[in-house]
Design a protein around this ligand. Structure first.
Ligand code: ATP
Ligand code: MG
Length: 401
């Protein structure tokens, strides 16, 4: 058994000792069969949530009503979920209420795709009631049960089908694809947050281009914030080279670039991304635009900072038809050679300028600091206290500030 499962094995033993069943389920079992890296080893059990809480000393209740308890074991968090069925999907999305059941098979039946509906017991035996193994062998994404029924219950599963096809380079079965085309509009019931989680994984997948193509041809694209069928730039994005080394932020920046988004921040806000994430993607996008106009200047390098430089240059390097390349290494070396890397590196500060000028502080301080930064960066002024003071007094006289 692989290390990731061995580490969680005592949780299964502890539940079984109390007379319950417990199995590894879902993504980790699928990834084991695929030979993919395993993360998030989830456990399903016949024990009700309060029993799970009673058996383990360190737990967190993240959704006991849905049957999920986080068990901290040897420093690692594991999701332990009580066998359940999900009935009464009323709004074409995950149900608010669930019913706990005692059979593993019933629990597996509620899962989305056959490859995700397998369980493994403590001895490494597979419990595969829906033939997930064949699906994996044939590289097929198949719903557990009829596609129409499963997509109508929870419309997000349609987008999940596309993201798994992107991550695994699997084919979605024809009847599934047809159902997705018919039911695409149900996606309007799904929250932006859930769409973003899946779209991020789709964008990062190894077969992203074909999944992006499917997003448009299936009509799901119309329910993605800020995107729509036939929109300008989409086809260019679909045909982009997206090597594995290209991170998620760079991919989003390329999307903005191809769509020629006139309000890029507004577009990202529609996806309800955290503002730090929006800042980073937006900054890469802006420097990408500048960078395609001209080579890095020292001021551009300074304003972008090390991280944005590397990510922007990584995009340029990844695109075979873009000839304006500096290379991540050269750009980083040029950045390292700058005389200063932030305002804090200047051998002066606002207080000193106020004292030297003998004037009330005001907006002139920021302007003076900015002017000094530019002089130092462009090599006209040495970053020493005396030189800066002399330069500042002259500047102050000339500008009257
Ligand atoms: P990843 O490796 O990306 O985390 P995963 O298969 O673990 O993939 P999760 O979203 O973490 O995917 O979900 C865990 C498991 O829960 C899935 O393998 C599947 O069995 C089940 N599942 C998740 N979302 C749904 C859904 N919308 N409908 C039905 N079953 C689902
Ligand atoms: Mg998972």
């Amino acid at each position: 058994m692989k290390r990731e499962f061995l580490h969680a094995l005592p949780i299964i033993h502890a539940l079984e000792k109390e007379g319950y069943e417990a199995y590894f389920v879902g993504g980790s079992v699928r990834d084991l069969l695929l030979g993919r890296e395993i993360h998030d080893v989830d456990i399903a059990t016949s024990a009700p949530p309060e029993k799970v809480q009673a058996v383990f000393s360190k737990t967190a209740d993240v959704g006991a009503a849905h049957g999920t308890i986080i068990v901290m074991y040897d420093g690692e968090p594991y999701e332990v979920t009580t066998f359940r069925t999900e009935s009464g999907y009323e709004d074409f999305r995950r149900p608010e209420t669930v019913r706990f059941v005692t059979s593993l098979k019933e629990d597996l039946k509620r899962r989305d795709f056959t490859m995700n509906a397998m369980a493994m017991d403590k001895d490494g035996n597979l419990h595969d009631y829906f033939d997930g193994q064949s699906a994996i062998r044939e590289k097929k994404i198949k719903t557990v049960g009829r596609p129409e029924d499963r997509y109508t219950e929870d419309a997000l599963r349609m987008l999940r089908a596309l993201r798994f096809s992107s991550q695994l380079d699997f084919e979605i079965t024809l009847d599934s694809l047809e159902a997705i085309k018919r039911l695409a509009s149900l996606m309007k019931h799904i929250s932006v947050e859930r769409k973003l989680t899946e779209f991020d994984k789709l964008l990062k997948g190894k077969a992203a281009s074909s999944a992006l193509y499917l997003l448009q041809s299936s009509g799901l694209i119309d329910y993605m914030p800020g995107l729509a069928k036939g929109m300008h730039g989409w086809d260019s994005f679909v045909s982009r080279t997206l090597p594995a080394s290209l991170g998620l932020s760079e991919r989003w920046a390329l999307l903005l670039f191809d769509l020629e988004a006139d309000k890029p921040k507004e577009f990202l806000k529609k996806w309800k991304m955290p503002s730090k994430r929006i800042q980073q993607i937006h900054s890469i996008y802006l420097f990408l635009l500048k960078r395609l106009e001209k080579q890095w200047t020292d001021v551009m390098l300074y304003e972008a900072g090390a991280k944005t430089i590397c990510l922007t240059e990584a995009i340029c390097e990844s695109q075979p038809d873009w000839i304006v390349k500096t290379g991540v290494e050269k750009a980083a070396a040029d950045y390292n050679r700058l005389p200063i890397h932030s305002r804090a590196d200047l051998n002066t500060n606002g207080n000193e300028l106020v004292q030297t000028a003998g004037k009330e502080p005001g907006p002139w301080v920021a302007e003076a600091l900015h002017a000094i930064e530019l002089e130092v960066l462009e090599g006209r002024l040495h970053n020493s206290r005396n030189d800066i003071e002399r330069w500042f007094l002259r500047w102050s006289n000339q500008t009257g500030m």
